[in-house]
Design a protein around this ligand. Structure first.
Ligand code: SF4
Length: 140
């Protein structure tokens, strides 16, 4: 084991390295709370949520895009951002709501892409179409 490669002879690309190659600088993920819930909480598929999921939908540090940029931009002032909709199920809303949130996030200076945490039963065809559209417009 050495400092350069703590995993010995195993080599792999980390997401950080891959994004740095893509954008030429550090890419910071902003953990965002889009105000969603999920079918395992609202009674559609269950209540109370999954055993391993925290009360806030596994997004304890998620916040607004402004608060995240204020916090992380100070640490890495040369960085760019991926807006990561993290907690709960981030496609569990009408397409008009998703579009508004994603457009709002992408309009922030320095935001170069989106990441959207979701579950396979919350990807109806209109949401897949929307994801396809944004995949052509930005780094998704
Ligand atoms: S957000 Fe995901 S992990 Fe959390 S309760 Fe809902 S389905 Fe489970």
């Amino acid at each position: 084991m050495n400092k350069e490669n703590p995993f010995g002879s195993v080599h792999f690309n980390t997401i950080g390295t891959t994004l740095k190659k893509e954008f030429g600088r550090r890419v910071i993920k902003l953990s965002l709370d889009g105000g969603f819930t999920c079918p395992n909480r609202d009674g559609t598929a269950g209540t109370g949520g999954c055993l391993f999921c925290s009360f806030d939908g596994s997004g304890s540090y998620a916040g607004t895009i402004r608060s995240q940029i204020d916090l992380l931009g100070r640490k890495w002032p040369q960085g760019v951002y991926i807006a990561y909709f993290q907690n709960h199920t981030n496609t569990y809303a009408p397409v008009s709501v998703l579009r508004r949130l994603w457009d709002e996030a992408l309009a922030y200076p320095g935001v170069v892409g989106l990441a959207v945490a979701t579950r396979p039963d919350c990807l109806p065809s209109e949401v897949l179409d929307l994801l396809t559209e944004y995949n052509q417009r930005t780094y998704l």
